[in-house]
Design a protein around this ligand. Structure first.
Ligand SMILES: [Zn+2]
Length: 70
């Protein structure tokens, strides 16, 4: 870690956390188990996918990307 960048890193981390929290709040307003919209791209998740995977938080494309990354 380079000296002098900690404040920037912290601010960036905070911004990221706040964005995640805002997204989580927006997606959980009615206490659903899954999400109506993809947490990654914010596109609507198809009803067929929600029925097949009620816990899904991502659309099929983002889920595939997510699984490939991990
Ligand atoms: Zn998506």
């Amino acid at each position: 870690v380079k000296m002098g960048n900690s404040a920037f890193d912290l601010a960036e981390l905070r911004a990221e956390q706040e964005r995640d929290a805002a997204i989580a709040t927006a997606h959980n307003t009615v206490g659903r188990i899954g999400s109506l919209v993809c947490v990654d791209c914010t596109e609507d998740i198809e009803e067929a996918r929600r029925l097949a995977a009620p816990f899904a938080q991502r659309c099929i494309e983002c889920q595939n990307l997510h699984e490939r990354k991990s």
